[in-house]
Design a protein around this ligand. Structure first.
Ligand code: ATP
Length: 363
């Protein structure tokens, strides 16, 4: 029997619909190739443009569609000129993280031979690490509720045992899975500032408590400032990094820089029961409507969705298709003839996405 999976699709704002359409076409091609699974896509309204029309950024109907689905695929939401009355930006993607307790933000950074990278790799080292960013608390705890007076401003950092334990278990399981697949080095590094803040000493203590349940994985720690330095000087030594929300927010953009740009950086936000897959970049309003947006971060996020669904439901073809899709994007990048302007080419979104489709048909 063909396994069916319900996918809620948020097309979002700006370049969102432009990168989502070819991604869905690619997913349809993959599922039709072996007919071993079926993805049923339902589009849900949300975002800044929707807010302008309705005064709602994430309607309850969209939320309940997402809640009842097996996975959520999201492009990008928000527009700089569209804001709530308090001046903050419309960001339903952050609301979804909180609503569904998506505590583990997974940001892979992979640079293999043949791919350009702004860093000098003395011996052509492969960079292949994953940053796991806690995504529901930390310094984002008081987001939208910070106290500001004429003389001072306060935001509160929150680290809870409950979320930290889940986060660290997720990171150790992820490292175990990478090691078994032959891509990981078998270590997890807790990135913190435990030398200065009690909250981070608490975070690190829980990390080492949970590490005891994973004797095959080497547990390490590093300060966030030193980690930023090493991400530039020797990122090939990392495997899995796990960190607090704000540190992860900043380090993941550094990771996107190592990849060669936001247009190549995919992500997943994962909880116990739900997961959202979306590119790290925003809605890029400056290039929206021009047909030149890079679709690769969106396509790679779709690959992460297939992989997550495949492991969750023990579905081998989905795991294989996730890997095929990643390799197809890599092949197009290595070839370099069908890449968009942000990474040095002149291809349109459609040409770049069609090149991936073409690779899938010859693989
Ligand atoms: P957010 O705060 O929502 O993350 P942002 O304001 O940081 O968004 P982005 O929308 O990510 O910014 O855009 C930052 C820059 O990167 C812009 O110049 C944009 O055109 C470019 N950019 C982002 N995504 C892409 C893409 N997929 N293809 C090409 N350029 C992109």
């Amino acid at each position: 029997m063909v396994s069916e999976f319900k996918i809620t699709v948020f097309e979002g704002d700006g370049i969102g619909p432009e990168i989502m359409a070819p991604t869905l076409k690619i997913l349809e091609h993959l599922q039709n190739t072996h007919s071993a699974y079926s993805l049923i896509f339902s589009t849900a309204a949300a975002g800044a443009a929707h807010y302008v029309k309705t005064k709602e950024s994430l309607p309850e109907s969209s939320l309940s569609l997402a809640r009842s689905s097996d996975a959520i695929l999201l492009s990008a939401m928000g527009l700089p000129d569209v804001r709530y009355d308090d001046g903050t930006e419309i960001s339903p993607q952050i609301d979804l993280r909180k609503e569904f307790n998506l505590y583990a933000g997974v940001r892979p950074v992979v640079v293999r031979d043949g791919k350009s990278c702004p860093l000098i790799r003395p011996n052509g080292e492969t960079i292949d690490f994953v940053l796991i960013r806690e995504s529901t608390e930390g310094l984002f705890h008081t987001q939208g509720k910070g106290e500001v007076t004429e003389t001072e401003a306060k935001e509160t950092l929150l680290i809870t045992r409950q979320v930290s334990e889940k986060l660290f278990d997720f990171a150790f399981n992820y490292a175990t899975q990478r090691k078994a697949a032959g891509v990981g080095k078998g270590h997890v590094t807790c990135v913190d500032k435990a030398n200065v803040f009690r909250a981070f000493a608490f975070f690190r203590k829980i990390f080492y408590e949970r590490a005891k349940n994973f004797p095959d994985i080497d547990a390490r720690h590093a300060y966030v400032d030193a980690t930023a330095l090493w991400m530039v000087q020797q990122p090939w030594n990392f495997d899995v990094l796990v960190t607090e929300n704000m540190f992860g927010d900043i380090l993941s953009d550094l990771g996107a820089g190592i990849l060669g740009g936001l247009g190549l950086a995919p992500s997943a936000d994962i909880g116990d029961d739900h997961a959202v897959f979306q590119p790290c970049h925003g809605s890029a309003p400056d290039i929206a409507g021009k047909g030149i947006a890079n679709p690769f971060a969106m396509i790679l996020s779709a690959s992460m969705m297939l992989d997550w669904l495949g492991h969750r439901h023990n579905h081998r073809q989905m795991i294989l298709d996730a890997a095929l899709l990643k390799e197809a994007v890599n092949a197009v990048l290595t070839d370099g003839n069908s890449i968009t302007a942000d990474i040095g080419g002149n291809a349109t979104t459609t040409t770049a996405a069609n090149a991936v489709l073409q690779q899938l048909t010859v693989q």
